[in-house]
Design a binder for this molecule. Structure first.
Ligand code: UFG
Length: 336
């Protein structure tokens, strides 16, 4: 495919978006980062890309972006804190649903037809069987997951009724940092396990909480399928090529097929960083299924994609490069 294509990445200054922007630039694409910088970090944006400061809720901002003769849109601009979505659903409805519809309408107005959407394993809810394949029933148990499903449903209609082709990529647990060490800005106010683990290792937090150790899993803590952000980025580029070349929509899981418990994650982070990570076992977090593991056969079959960097060792080595750089203190003594 002609890599001179002009690509718009909404949320391109965010955690996953910035990793994709770098890969697209490496591959010679012309990249336009569209971000309102509410959470995105300028320092994480590849200098080879052009930045358009704007909001997906603002049609004037979107027109500025589409004046760049865009060929394909990757859409990352969304709120993603599951807990917050249950407390403030309106915030999530406006940005994740209405904002995305606004973006799709701007695409239609400007004759842009290729859309790659950040969906989530949260669309499945509690698994009825494992590993979870794409035929698993969808039944989100939090409002965040519902917003992702609502857009998947809209995408089906938009692609039936218009020329839009889409890829919906259902991520499992995104983690890790750039394997080339070029992306160094830490996520602001993280709510996910691995950045919290690393903040604790780095002494940014004194201790962390493990939400429940009475699940029916080997060590009692929840099991998740952790996928490195560079692996996610490579799947995105393949998904774009797929929908453009095949002129077909795509819906796939992106994970590894391997689950790790919370305690396993903490143990590996301690081993890689050489620090003791203090934690308390607390109550279960509402809405946490005991185990989520993806079947990734479809992504392998359709995209010839498989995770390469998603072992816990690589995940925490790449995160250490970001989180432990400024930490020179000796290892903490274990808390009793
Ligand atoms: N956890 C802790 N302590 C923490 C944070 C998390 O014990 O401080 C546990 C959680 O209870 C869970 C596991 O670590 O068992 C992973 O939690 P995350 O919050 O990192 O991730 P989730 O599995 O809840 O959700 C993530 C993303 C969602 C996405 C979902 C799909 O946050 O956006 O994966 O599986 F939809």
């Amino acid at each position: 495919m002609n890599s001179n294509k002009r690509i718009l990445v909404t949320g391109g200054a965010g955690y996953i978006g910035s990793h994709l922007v770098q890969l697209l630039c490496d591959q010679g694409y012309q990249v336009f980062v569209f971000d309102n910088f509410s959470l995105g970090l300028r320092e994480n944006i590849d200098p080879r890309s052009e930045v358009i400061k704007g909001d997906i809720l603002n049609t004037v901002d979107l027109e500025k972006a589409f004046a760049k003769n865009i060929d394909a849109v990757f859409h990352f601009a969304a709120w993603k804190a599951v807990g917050e979505s249950m407390i403030d659903p309106g915030k999530y409805a406006v940005n994740n649903i209405y904002g995305t519809i606004n973006l799709l309408n701007a695409m239609l107005k400007n004759g842009v037809n290729n859309f790659i959407f950040s969906s989530s394993a949260a669309v499945y809810g509690s698994p009825q069987y494992l590993p979870i394949d794409e035929k698993h029933p969808v039944n989100p148990e939090n409002y965040y997951g519902y917003t992702k499903l609502a857009i998947e449903e809209n995408l089906k209609w938009y692609s039936k009724l218009t020329d839009i082709k889409y890829a919906a990529l259902r991520y499992f647990n995104a983690t890790g940092y750039d394997i080339n060490g070029k992306i160094k800005g830490k996520e602001k106010n993280p709510a996910n396990l691995s950045p919290i683990v690393m903040e604790t290792a780095a002494g940014i937090r004194d201790k962390m909480q493990v939400y429940g150790n009475d699940y029916k899993t080997a060590d009692g803590t929840c099991i998740r399928d952790y996928i490195h952000v560079n692996d996610l980025a490579s799947a995105h580029v393949l998904a774009m090529k797929y929908i453009i070349e095949k002129e077909e929509n795509l819906l796939v899981n992106l994970g590894t097929g391997i689950g790790h418990s919370v305690l396993e994650v903490i143990g590996k982070a301690e081993e890689v960083t050489g620090k003791i990570i203090s934690y308390d076992i607390t109550e279960r977090r509402p809405g946490d299924p005991p185990e989520l593991v993806a079947s990734c056969d479809l992504a392998k079959k359709l995209l010839n994609w498989e995770a390469q960097y998603s072992d816990l060792e690589t995940i925490f080595k790449t995160m250490s490069d970001v989180y432990m750089k400024s930490v020179n203190s000796p290892p903490k003594s274990p808390s009793l």
